[in-house]
Design a protein around this ligand. Structure first.
Ligand code: AHN
Ligand code: ZN
Length: 342
């Protein structure tokens, strides 16, 4: 039985070899339209028809950069500080000025060090009457210390958080500004997470639950019962120099179609130097808790299996290391996803 010839198999192999040879000796055979035999440029339905055109969107990278600077100018946005309180007011006022309905979710929250802080998750809805919605989020607080700094003497010091905190919020503010000028078909919600980055520097086990306290609280206390956007995108460290975003594991597990959509758009727009079609391992970030709340959510984060953004949690996370081109790429990719939804 084992050695009996399979005539179909041999016929198949012979056919395959013949067609391969034929293709080789026939010049340009694979550049012709499969149906008409015409060159793509001459045919009515060329190959490019297979990729639907994307909507053109507006996004001003200089404006986004100015929003990073505005946050940095408050000083580090560390929970229970005056800079944190002042920046919260600024963010609410900005979102309101762009026509959003703004709600601030507050609660006393205990961090790993035993301190209690007043949480402020800033929630903004654009066109709240629309049923189909997309949620875009980012954390707005900054870590209280630069415990990843190469100099150990800096491990207790505060830092600017231009990228870690500032960049995602800046992209959101610029998106809100643009959306007021031209409405997409879907409704858009923004959530600016608080107390994301107050995690235990000495680690807290596999769960890493000392991070993302704002999104954890929200997931357990959803202000709108049954809230169900089509999907969500969390932005974390999206404006650093040499920005590279990989397809993170929780994003691929919980929201594979959103990963495909966003990385597909990035490729079509020519931003594949930022959005690498490369997988990476799981990161405990706000998107994890959003997924736990039942919303398919991806994380656009400057991370790969080689590590985070090089200046992550160091003194160097400041304006000098912000790249407008990264802000621009992320803003345009996310805006295109939003305006492409019907
Ligand atoms: C942890 O380090 C456990 N998660 C990364 C989340 C984070 C911190 N994003 C920005 N800063
Ligand atoms: Zn951080």
């Amino acid at each position: 039985m084992k050695n009996r010839l399979n005539p179909f198999k041999y016929a198949y192999v012979a056919c395959f070899i013949a067609s391969s040879l034929f293709a080789c000796i026939r010049p340009n055979s694979n550049t012709k339209d499969a149906n008409t035999g015409a060159n793509p440029a001459e045919s009515e339905h060329s190959y490019t028809d297979a990729v639907p055109a994307l909507p053109a969107v507006e996004f001003n990278a200089d404006s986004a950069y100015a929003f990073v600077k505005a946050q940095v100018d408050f000083g580090p946005r560390i929970p229970s500080t005056a800079a944190h309180a002042a920046c919260a007011n600024y963010l609410q006022q900005k979102l309101k000025s762009y026509g959003a309905s703004v709600f601030v979710q507050t609660a006393p929250i205990k961090t790993y060090d035993g301190k209690t802080h007043q949480l402020k998750n800033i929630i903004a809805a654009i066109a709240p009457e629309k049923a189909k919605r997309i949620l875009i989020s980012a954390h707005w607080d900054t870590r209280p210390f630069s415990d990843q700094d190469p100099d150990h003497n800096n491990h207790e010091k505060t830092f600017d958080g231009a990228n870690d905190g500032g960049s995602g919020v800046a992209v959101i503010l610029e998106m809100a500004r643009q959306i007021q000028l031209k409405q997409p078909e879907v409704g858009v919600d923004f959530i600016l997470w608080d107390i994301e980055d107050y995690g235990n520097p000495n680690g807290d086990g596999n769960g890493k639950t000392s991070y993302c306290l704002g999104s954890q609280y929200w997931a357990k206390n959803m202000p709108v019962k049954g809230y169900k956007p089509l999907y969500a995108i969390n932005l974390d460290m999206v404006g650093g120099e040499n920005a590279q975003f990989t397809m993170e594991e929780y994003s691929r597990q919980f929201a594979p179609q959103v990963v495909d959509k966003v990385w597909g758009i990035a490729e079509q727009l020519g931003y594949n130097r930022f959005f690498l079609p490369v997988n990476s391992s799981a990161i405990m970030d706000d998107h994890y808790w959003m997924n736990k709340a039942g919303i398919p959510t991806i994380d656009i984060i400057h991370f790969s299996d080689a590590g985070f953004y090089s200046n992550w949690h160091t003194q160097f996370d400041n304006l000098a290391h912000i790249d407008k081109n990264a802000l621009n790429a992320v803003g345009r990719v996310v805006m295109t996803a939003i305006y492409n939804e019907k």
